[in-house]
Design a protein around this ligand. Structure first.
Ligand code: DX5
Ligand code: ZN
Length: 217
């Protein structure tokens, strides 16, 4: 069964406690928390104080996706705010290995996020050191966009790379995941579904999470 990580970017921020209560009751595995700085991506979302509050509202895994420049400056602050897992973008890390080691040394699981235009071949020399490949299947910055079809090929390539090297690395898919395309995403080799709109805009979010969770099993 896939790991389900609802993205709170699509949550109702005026009623975050209710949204957290809903997720806690659901089969969701991770809370996916998108941090944007208006520099790496053309949007600003939320940051440390919001994550601190969310941390108090759940015992589930907090998976923080940093879409910010100079993530190394904030790694410890996100750990202190309650992050269990931290992903940084390959496109902005000049010393990616150092960033990954920093995340791991603080006791968090480390992920590398990769944009739709970035070749997965760039993961070859870092994939041994990470827990998760966070593959963006839309251009990062906004929820509610359409899944880019070429991503299926990229998922297959990463899965092949992981299997050939005998590694256990999660492939998390972020952007445009729907109830319709999720089975093909899992079929291509992904094992983590990150979903914003599909969960929070559903008439019954708990049922939407259950349907995603039931895929492939
Ligand atoms: C976009 C974020 C995603 C976003 C996904 O930059 O990284 O996590 O919330 O939203 P949906 O599922 O609506 O495409
Ligand atoms: Zn994300």
């Amino acid at each position: 069964m896939p790991i389900i990580a609802p993205s709170l970017l699509a949550a109702d921020f005026l009623h975050l406690q209710d949204e957290c209560d809903m997720l806690n009751k659901s089969e969701a595995d991770w809370y996916h928390l998108d941090v944007m700085d208006g520099r790496f991506v053309p949007n600003i979302s939320f940051g440390l104080p919001v994550i601190q509050q969310i941390r108090k509202a759940t015992t589930k895994v907090c998976d923080v996706h940093l879409m910010i420049v100079e993530p190394e400056k904030y790694t410890e602050a996100f750990k202190n705010a309650g992050a269990d897992r931290l992903s940084v973008h390959i496109e902005i890390c000049n010393h990616l290995h150092r960033n990954i080691e920093q995340i791991k040394s603080l006791g968090m699981k480390a992920g590398v996020a990769i944009n739709p235009h970035t070749s997965v071949s760039l993961l070859a020399d870092i994939i041994h050191d990470i827990d998760t490949v966070l593959m963006m299947t839309v251009d990062p910055g906004f929820g509610g966009q359409e899944f880019i079809p070429h991503s299926f090929e990229k998922i297959r390539q990463v899965k092949k790379m992981i299997d050939e090297k005998g590694l256990h690395v999660h492939i998390a898919i972020d952007g445009g995941v729907t109830l319709e395309n999720a089975p093909s995403i899992i079929g291509a080799g992904a094992d983590v579904l990150i979903a914003g709109s599909t969960v929070f805009k559903a008439p019954d979010p708990i049922a939407a999470i259950a349907r995603l969770k039931a895929i492939g099993g």
